[in-house]
Design a protein around this ligand. Structure first.
Ligand SMILES: [Zn+2]
Length: 294
């Protein structure tokens, strides 16, 4: 479920971290370094390089995510945005299958989509001929929608509580990991559920992007309180390799030159052309996609 931009802050008082900064939720290194003088709830891990939120608080995910919140952000509901989401899903699946290296038919492959939302990525997998397509989704509204509209097999439970009697060749999690209170345990479980040479594909917010680097106060102010961690391309590679993945590819997922130069500026057009060429090479983006092979 694409909750990345949908988390809401409630204005609660940030938790006071212990002296020296709290421990990293991914690598457990103590003494995280504060990323802003204005607020002390975000820390960069000195060992693995992720940024984490010490005042993380999970939210209740219900139909408002797919209706009102999504419409407020994008001008239409999640279901109404199906065509654009399917195009993105098809492009992501193509990258996954290329990395996996298996030629069609894909009927022997099994795929699990964690945070499967209304099932559009699962539909893409099913249409590509993948034989076993499963989903896990915390929102009852989304699960009911899937069963009713597309007949997809989706378990209505948090991933942490889901039970599996099978393993998978592909596990995807689009804008999911950052919502997990214990991301290390979640990634370890995903690794265990993958077959040898299986692919873990996910998207997540990145701190190696224009908002974190050039608008730190805005980043702090708008950071959803239900986001526990933010990666950088380098930290994602480091962590996943340390956890056992053999190959990790990271790509920039969201290009927004207008966050650096105003659209009305005479410099906008030349800048956006340059940005469009350089940002993918540097993986400089507020969000990233990660493809890791076991
Ligand atoms: Zn760390």
């Amino acid at each position: 479920m694409s909750r990345q931009k949908e988390g809401k802050r409630t204005g609660s008082t940030p938790a006071v971290p212990p002296p020296g900064g709290p421990a990293c939720p991914l690598c457990a290194a103590p003494g995280g370094k504060p990323v802003s003088g204005r607020a002390c709830r975000f820390f960069r891990c000195r060992r693995c390089g992720i940024v984490f939120n010490s005042a993380y608080r999970p939210l209740h995910y219900d139909e408002r995510y797919f209706l009102d919140d999504y419409r407020n952000q994008y001008g239409k509901t999640y279901a109404e945005d199906r065509d654009a989401i399917r195009r993105l899903a098809d492009a992501r699946l193509k990258k996954i299958l290329a990395l996996h290296g298996r030629k069609p038919p894909h009927s022997a492959l099994g795929l699990l989509d964690i945070g499967s939302a209304l099932g559009f990525f699962m539909e893409s997998a099913r249409d590509a001929g993948i034989g076993r397509v499963r989903g896990v989704e915390i929102s009852r509204y989304a699960c009911d929608w899937c069963r009713r509209e597309s007949g997809l097999q989706v378990a209505n439970t948090p991933f942490e509580n889901a039970e599996f009697d099978e393993t998978f060749d592909i596990i995807s999690a689009w804008y999911f990991i950052e919502h997990c209170e214990h991301p290390r345990e979640v990634i370890e479980r995903i690794y265990a559920l993958l077959n040898p040479a299986g692919i873990f594909a996910f998207s997540a917010p990145s701190v190696f992007g224009p908002q974190f680097l050039f608008d730190r106060n805005g980043w702090v102010e708008s950071h959803p309180e239900d986001h526990r961690i933010d990666f950088s391309p380098a930290s994602a590679v480091r962590i996943l390799k340390r956890m056992g993945f053999r190959a990790v590819m990271v790509r920039a997922a969201g290009m927004h030159p207008d966050r650096l130069v105003h659209r009305a500026s005479p410099f906008y057009r030349p800048f956006s052309l340059l940005y469009g060429r350089v940002a993918p090479l540097l993986r400089f983006s507020d969000t990233i996609e990660v493809y890791a092979r076991k």
